[in-house]
Write a protein that binds this ligand. Structure first.
Ligand code: FMN
Length: 209
């Protein structure tokens, strides 16, 4: 698969996990791809917690369910009905969960390139996640990013120190297939913007309409 195929075939997966094991060499390649990401000041501020323990995953899933209910309570009418039909995680069905964390102290105190933009560290972690996502797609695996959680809960569940921020709970594993259209679009929640609407020339221009 070339890089453009991987980029365009990548999907956020919730409902298509088979639960089959991930071969060890495949997992190593996917993690190595994540670890090869660019990072501000070469700080490599990420860590990857591989969560296999079913009890931990069940506990996390219960927390996700309650956060889902909290979000659902903010919706009314058609949005509430649409959201009720959308699956938001594959925590129990996927083969492996990977929690990606951010350590703002890594490479400090003088992280080259972060003095003016503190978020540059977080951006670096997101690039590692995107590398992981694309590599997994190229390997024929699916990835689902779950953000229906409170950081203190997840820190507590996995024993993550106070100074380190959990950035993503990723569900990973073999899938029956990857959908061609994002789930949120298929369920009428939201449509993707056209590229033209996102590109500006020389100055910021307000989108038409
Ligand atoms: C930061 C971030 C958090 C996300 N959190 C969730 C989530 O909690 N549950 C979910 O089902 N999808 C989540 N997603 C997936 C998005 O809904 C998905 O990327 C988007 O709808 C586009 O679909 P695609 O990734 O298949 O192209 C998240 C994606 C990102 C980048």
């Amino acid at each position: 698969m070339d890089i453009y195929d991987a980029i365009h075939r990548r999907r956020d997966v919730r409902g298509e996990f088979t639960g089959e094991p991930i071969p060890r060499d495949v997992l190593e390649r996917v993690l190595a791809a994540a670890h090869a990401a660019p990072s501000v000041g070469l700080s490599q501020p990420w860590d990857f917690v591989l969560v296999r323990d079913p009890a931990i995953r069940r506990a996390f899933h219960g927390h996700v369910r309650s956060e889902r209910a909290a979000f659902a309570a903010t919706l009314t009418g058609a949005a509430a009905e649409r959201f009720a039909r959308i699956k938001i995680d594959g925590v129990l069905e996927s083969s492996l969960s990977i929690v990606v964390t951010y350590d703002p102290e890594r490479g400090g105190p003088a992280v080259l390139g972060r003095h003016a933009i503190a978020d540059a560290g977080l951006y670096s972690v997101c690039l590692a996640i995107q590398n992981l996502w694309l590599a997994a797609t190229a390997e024929g695996l699916g990835v689902g990013w779950v953000s229906f959680y409170r950081e203190p809960y997840l820190r507590d569940l996995l024993g993550i120190p106070e100074t380190i921020r959990p950035v993503a709970w990723l569900c990973l594993g073999p899938v029956t297939h990857l959908e061609r259209i994002p789930d949120l679009e298929r369920h009428g929640w939201r449509r993707r913007r056209a590229l033209d609407a996102a590109v500006h020339h020389d100055r910021w221009t307000e989108p038409a309409g």
